[in-house]
Design a protein around this ligand. Structure first.
Ligand SMILES: C[S@@+](CC[C@H](N)C(=O)[O-])C[C@H]1O[C@@H](n2cnc3c(N)ncnc32)[C@H](O)[C@@H]1O
Length: 207
């Protein structure tokens, strides 16, 4: 009961705060500025990406957790383009095959229970030539001490942070899904503890 209270009433507010660290907001801007037209956001969260879309006319805001989505209300209200909530999971996207030009995922592939299935779904619903735009915290491939800590603390992290894995190799997962990586940038985000600081910004195309 206490855990359920934490998940419903405390975690969404913590998430909303943590995800506004300035170094993460800078990367949102870099990732989202080039996107035009319609975009599907998987794991929309509290709407922190909305301010960075400059040429978008519709955002399909796929977010399964209603307590989290509710915290986006004010941001949606202030947004000049259409935002449509879709309460569904990444593992079963309610979109037709080859129907979307752009899909965005920011710090969400870590939390999806079946990330391989979700990426198969991304591949299915992207048009040929469509782009998947991603920024995520990832397994630290170069630092084995951090990697060990990431593996050690992932079970705890999953409990306190709604299923979040510290140790996912997202580059490999994109490749496994047959997406062609066109941009790949690893960086360490300022203001984030070392165990979750390693990040990947990537774009991948369905060719
Ligand atoms: C760390 S938050 C990131 C939120 C937002 N994308 C951001 O950048 O601030 C992860 C989000 O993924 C959502 N999520 C978790 N599992 C999911 C799934 N299977 N399908 C879609 N979204 C999921 C969570 O509800 C949460 O809103």
């Amino acid at each position: 009961m206490i855990y359920k209270f934490y998940q419903q009433h405390i975690f969404p507010h913590l998430l909303n705060q943590v995800m506004q660290v300035p170094s993460l907001m800078d990367k949102r801007r870099e990732l989202l500025l080039p996107i035009q037209g319609e975009v599907l956001e998987i794991g929309f969260g509290t709407g922190l990406n909305l301010a960075f879309y400059q040429a978008v006319d519709t955002v399909y805001a796929l977010e399964p957790n209603i307590e989290i989505y509710q915290l986006a209300a004010q941001r949606i209200h202030e947004t000049p383009f259409e935002v449509q909530h879709i309460q569904a999971s990444a593992e079963k996207l309610p979109f037709a095959d080859r129907s979307l030009d752009h899909i965005v995922c920011t710090w969400t592939l870590c939390s999806i229970a079946d990330v391989e299935l979700a990426l198969d779904e991304v591949y299915r619903v992207l048009k040929v030539g469509g782009t998947f735009h991603v920024v995520e915290h990832v397994l630290h491939n170069e630092n084995h001490n951090i990697q060990r800590l990431q593996n050690l603390f992932t079970p705890l992290q999953k409990r306190v942070a709604d299923g979040c894995h510290l140790n996912r190799n997202i580059e490999q997962a994109l490749k496994n899904a047959d997406l062609e990586i066109t941009e790949l940038q690893y960086f360490d985000a300022e203001g984030i503890p070392s165990i979750g600081r390693r990040m990947l910004l990537a774009r991948a195309v369905k060719s």
